[in-house]
Design a protein around this ligand. Structure first.
Ligand code: MG
Length: 447
């Protein structure tokens, strides 16, 4: 198993994610960069963040890199800073994982996440312990720069029609979950002329009220505030604030696949161009692309694949159906605060969140998973069978079968011995039938 999963290295702090791990990853990155250049290191609000950040800084300095400590900041804020002021970055975060976890994520010089190939190189150095300590007079210098969050907020203000939003004086209820977004989102919204009501907006790595993942079941208080105070929007973020989820003015949680589609629809009203999303996303975005006569490109799962493809083809918008949305006018990474500002910009034209959500195609989605004894063997056998029987199969990531009534995706997990099965169709009955078909097929070859 490799060191990096789909989103960096994650696990329980001070058990799996130790100071020596952080130091050795930074030393490996330093060797990968040939001991030259400047890296920025930042963290989310987790308790173990200072411990791991200090270790990563020591490792990078030992390798001869110049280091800028940018303190506590959302992942997209760190990415925005790296793009403009550093040659690479390290983010100490476990994103939406539970309280006790932490993690390490590498950022490329252009502000995007590290490529899989780059990670593989760093991994190779890490496992071989093939570090090259700098000579005593070549170890790096450290400086602090606490301007990243402000720089990031300014970037968003400039990337949307702020004047139009400011005139509206929206009332917005915010739950940043005591994560890194507590340092940016309420301040951004105030500068956008909003009346801001916050809960869980004190940075606190014990996450005293809710875990960092903003699932609908932990957002009851936010929903009550939206209803009781007549807010135009409720917004909640995960621990590192690259994702945001939304509550409409009636207190309804907006499904993240619907969010992806409804923003796409409004963005295409303003500007036509290609869209990018992973094969696991809903067909809603495809329908919207067709309506507008633009291309949609399906990528492998993982925001880095979406971001890189967007850069390559000059896409106007892209994202994943888990609330990770990418807006090229700001930067090529998942950005929760930017998604929030963009929604407000659209709402400033007079449309309510509930109306936007109701105005996208409706589909039924179901998913399940099968635990496998031999993951790769099972996938290989299933693939043979599907390619023999089906004529419209996308093999970008796993096996996606397109049918008239919808689609079915059979995909191995990158971190566990399970195969995930996703289905989407016009109604529940058809979607369940597709899902069961996939499940039976996998079970048939699960030996
Ligand atoms: Mg996150």
């Amino acid at each position: 198993m490799g060191l990096f999963g789909t989103n960096g290295v994650r696990g329980k702090a001070n058990e799996k994610i130790t100071p020596s791990l952080a130091m050795d990853i930074a030393r490996s990155l330093g060797k990968y960069m040939k001991g030259e250049g400047t890296i920025a290191i930042g963290k989310d609000t987790r308790i173990s963040g200072d411990m791991l950040k200090s270790a990563a800084i020591a490792g990078a300095l030992s390798a001869g890199l110049e280091v800028i400590d940018i303190g506590t900041a959302p992942t997209p804020s760190i990415q925005y800073y790296v793009r403009d002021y550093a040659d690479a970055g390290i983010v100490i975060t476990a994103s939406h994982n539970p309280r006790e976890d932490n993690g390490i994520k590498l950022i490329a010089g252009d502000g995007t996440e590290f490529s899989r190939e780059g990670e593989a190189e760093v991994e190779k150095i890490y496992f071989a312990k093939d570090f090259t300590p700098a000579n005593w007079d070549q170890t790096g210098n450290l400086r602090k720069d606490l301007s990243a969050n402000n720089y990031y907020i300014n970037g968003i203000i400039n990337a949307v029609d702020s004047k139009r939003i400011q005139k509206k004086g929206f009332r917005v209820a915010v739950d940043t979950g005591c994560g890194a977004g507590s340092l940016t989102l309420p301040f951004l919204l105030r500068r956008l002329g909003c009346e801001v009501i916050t809960i869980n907006a004190q940075p606190d790595g014990t996450f005293p009220w809710r875990n960092p993942e903003p699932t609908p079941d932990v957002l009851g208080e936010l929903i009550d505030i939206v209803k009781n105070y007549g807010a135009d929007m409720g917004v909640a973020q995960d621990g590192d604030a690259d994702r945001a989820v939304f509550i409409d003015e009636n207190g309804n949680f907006i499904d993240e696949e619907i969010l992806l589609a409804m923003l796409g629809k409004h963005i295409l009203n303003i500007k036509k161009g290609p869209l990018v999303t992973p094969v696991s996303s809903s067909k809603r975005l495809l329908d919207i692309a067709k309506e507008n006569g633009v291309e949609i490109v399906w990528t492998a799962v993982g925001s880095i694949n979406v971001a890189r493809k967007m850069m390559e083809i000059g896409a106007v918008y892209g994202g994943e159906g888990n609330g990770g949305l990418i807006f090229p006018e700001h930067q090529y990474c998942r950005d929760g605060a930017m998604a929030c500002a963009k929604l407000l910009e659209i709402m400033a034209s007079g449309v309510k969140l509930s109306e936007m959500a109701a105005d996208v195609p409706k589909y039924s989605n179901f998913k399940t998973k099968v635990r496998c004894k031999n993951l790769l063997g099972t996938m290989e056998a299933v693939k043979k069978e599907i390619l023999r029987k089906e004529n419209n199969v996308d093999t970008t990531d796993g096996l996606k079968i397109w049918r008239d009534e919808g689609w079915l995706l059979i995909r191995p997990s990158g971190t566990e011995p399970i195969i995930r099965i996703f289905a989407e169709a016009e109604n529940d009955e058809q979607a369940i039938r597709l899902m069961k078909e996939g499940e039976e097929l996998v079970n048939q070859y699960n030996k």
